[in-house]
Design a protein around this ligand. Structure first.
Ligand code: PGA
Length: 264
């Protein structure tokens, strides 16, 4: 790790790494430590998981730890942040497919412990479905750790700009930038769903530990806004600034625009 510090304007912690591999390794290690710590106490580890390009290396490392160091996921209860709506879980763009491909298919997590906010129910049944998803998280005692990426518009999960900080799991409309960023995966903008189910910002901030991972130059502008800008619903991730249980884990490129102010 290059640097680790409390950011000057708030009480969250910033960890800076020289490259994406080291940043991802750090995050994987944090997750593995939590899983093992809970195991020694005979408790489940309740993990909030993310999709996208950012966590892929983290999941790769967790699989390595499983295969090479015997890390077991038998005590893990997982809740994914979000899923497109509507989508079929076998579609290669679905987050169900993503999680199976990049993590769940290669570890010993129990199928019944995996939760992804996917439903086939019609739009008028979604509120009930979302309420039940929240209740399930609560029944397991809340999230021990939430892993987050960040969208170029500052979204966390699919909590797009304008989302209330009090929101819980619900059906959301996707922002144009989010749909644009997904168009390659879907083979064209016209194929990208307009809606998704996402856990809310209130659900996220209640996790006992939050790791926000951001990698690459593409994220530098939004990272500087999220960490140093005004706390505003226009930049949903900005809510995390004041939370002592938040760690921002950044590579040098993602941190490029905050370095002078925070890191100097
Ligand atoms: P990415 O997406 O990891 O694919 O950049 C992050 C996000 O939108 O939360």
């Amino acid at each position: 790790m290059l640097q680790s510090m409390h950011t000057p304007t708030n009480s969250s912690t910033l960890h800076l790494f020289s490259n994406p591999e080291k940043a991802s390794l750090y995050v994987a290690q944090q997750i593995a430590d939590l899983i093992r710590q809970q195991q020694t106490q005979g408790k489940p580890a309740v993990l909030g998981l993310a999709t996208g390009n950012t966590p892929k290396r983290v999941y790769e490392e967790l699989i390595n730890l499983h295969k090479n160091e015997g890390l077991s996921f038998a005590n893990v209860i997982s809740f994914n942040l979000d899923e497109y709506y509507p989508i079929h879980p076998e579609d290669t763009q679905s987050y169900t497919y993503f999680m199976n491909r990049y993590l769940f298919g290669s570890i010993d997590i129990k199928l019944e412990n995996i939760h992804i906010p996917h439903t086939n129910c019609a739009a008028n049944g979604i509120n009930e479905y979302c309420k039940a998803y929240e209740e399930k998280i609560a029944r397991f005692g809340g999230l021990d750790l939430q892993l987050l990426g960040i969208g170029r518009n500052g979204h966390i999960g699919f909590n797009e700009p304008g989302s209330s900080f009090q929101d819980t799991t619900r059906l959301v409309n996707l922002h144009s930038l989010t749909r644009e960023d997904a168009q390659t995966d879907f083979g064209g903008l016209e194929n990208v769903p307009h809606q998704a189910i996402s856990i809310g910002i209130d659900t996220i901030v209640q996790a006992r530990k939050i790791l926000l991972l951001a990698l690459g130059e593409k994220k530098s502008e939004i990272i500087s806004k999220a960490l140093q800008g005004e706390i505003t619903t226009r930049v949903p991730a900005s809510i995390l600034q004041n939370l002592p249980h938040v760690e921002y884990v950044l590579d040098h490129e993602a941190a490029a625009l905050i370095e002078e102010a925070v890191v100097a």
